[in-house]
Ligand binder design. Structure first.
Ligand code: GMT
Length: 376
């Protein structure tokens, strides 16, 4: 059965937008018709897909409005596209505002469209604590036909925080293994001024406070005092200034490369020996999976969904939040022992294929859509 699926997501570089667009592409490859509805183009297609469409949400600025009514414009666009294209399913990523806008749009269309909402984290772990929004998030979840979350931890947290009366299914994130794989780009080490004898640690994020990037820099300082190493900081965001200042303060300027936002991350992972994600909140940690798919073991904090991605002692190590010395000590254990590093790199790759394979995850979403079509 070929379905017409509307995908609503934030077009930003964040993990939720990446997962939503990769899902759309893989569903299109399976023959479904995909309609992205977003405020700007959420992806770069590497080829022409005759069955992928993009519908842009535009908000007009009228002087009578103090704030441009983006959510209403989105709901209106969802309704327009759903009606015209006769969409079967709306798959919205994030409860706020997307699920709520889809619920509103559903009431404006003349056929029965099903709503699948995927929770990615920030909508629950941050907004869920805001009393002015929590009832609205709960409403969006409960009015959806099916709700998924990207980890068991996020399912648990949603129940605890919002007391929702709705079954929430875990569907893990995935990466496109055809893109995320080890590449032969050894020359990049040279180009970044990294010696062959030096180990490379990589951190990728949007440098928000929750990512605890200063912890990354401090832990690197320990590692650097023990072995020759370089730290690649990839991404940009509000904490960047603080982080750059700390790098200078700790005398690490020669050994830290601040690369800013980058495309083709698989090339940077391919020259890295270990990946760090030391966040205080993380519902999944898509960047971990990206690294693992390139054969890079990870060290992460024992919070949220991270323990569902990193298997402690097998595909990397888990550390307690803020325990910088533990991060350094466990990383050194891996970097000083080639046999252990090779074992963890192999296990990381195996985990991506066994537990998070894109085809397996896309099938899970497809089965959800098909189950909703029964009886329509
Ligand atoms: O982590 C962010 O700041 C971005 C955020 C997003 O909306 O893309 O990421 C969330 O969704 C990702 C995809 O499901 C997850 O991998 C991230 O763990 C999650 N971030 C948080 O929970 C903080």
């Amino acid at each position: 059965m070929r379905l017409k699926i509307g995908i609503v997501c934030y077009p930003t570089v964040g993990g939720s937008g990446v997962v939503a667009t990769e899902l759309g592409k893989l569903l299109a490859e399976k023959g479904h018709e995909i309609h992205f509805i977003s405020s700007s183009m959420p992806f770069r297609l590497n080829k022409v897909y005759c069955n992928i469409y993009y519908h842009e949400v535009t908000v007009n600025q009228y002087s009578v409005f103090q704030y441009p009514p983006y959510d209403l414009a989105l709901a209106s666009k969802i309704a327009e596209v759903t009606n015209r294209e006769k969409l079967d399913v709306l798959h919205v990523h994030y409860a706020i505002p997307h699920a709520v806008c889809a619920v509103l749009a559903k009431q404006m269309v003349d056929h029965d469209v099903k709503i699948v909402t995927t929770l990615h984290g920030t909508d629950i772990t941050v907004l869920g604590y805001d009393p002015s929004l929590s009832d609205m998030i709960k409403f969006g979840i409960e009015q959806s036909d099916v709700v998924t979350a990207v980890s068991n931890a996020l399912v648990k947290q949603t129940y605890e925080l919002l007391d929702v009366q709705k079954e929430i299914h875990t569907v893990y994130n995935f990466v496109d293994e055809r893109v995320y794989r080890k590449k032969n780009v050894h020359h990049l080490k040279d180009e970044y001024g990294i010696g062959d004898h030096e180990k490379v640690i990589i951190h990728v994020s949007n440098f928000r406070k929750v990512k605890r990037v200063p912890d990354v820099v401090r832990a690197f300082s320990f590692v650097r005092s023990q072995i020759p190493a370089k730290l690649l900081l990839v991404g940009d965001g509000p904490e960047m200034t603080v982080v750059c200042r700390l790098v200078k303060q700790l005398g690490l300027t020669d050994d830290v490369r601040c690369l800013g936002k980058q495309e083709n991350l698989e090339e940077l992972y391919s020259i890295s020996d270990v990946k760090w994600l030391l966040s205080e909140k993380e519902s999944f940690g898509l960047v971990l999976l990206e690294a693992m798919a390139c054969g890079v073991p990870c060290v992460g904090t024992n919070i949220g969904g991270i323990p569902e991605v990193i298997e402690d002692g097998k595909t990397g190590f888990l550390c307690e939040l803020g325990h910088i010395e533990e991060v350094a000590e466990k990383t050194l254990r891996m970097l000083k022992n080639d046999e252990l590093h090779t074992y963890m790199a192999e296990q990381a790759l195996k985990t991506v294929y066994d537990k998070f394979h894109s085809q397996q995850i896309v099938k899970q979403y497809e089965n959800i859509y098909f189950s909703l079509m029964k009886g329509v």
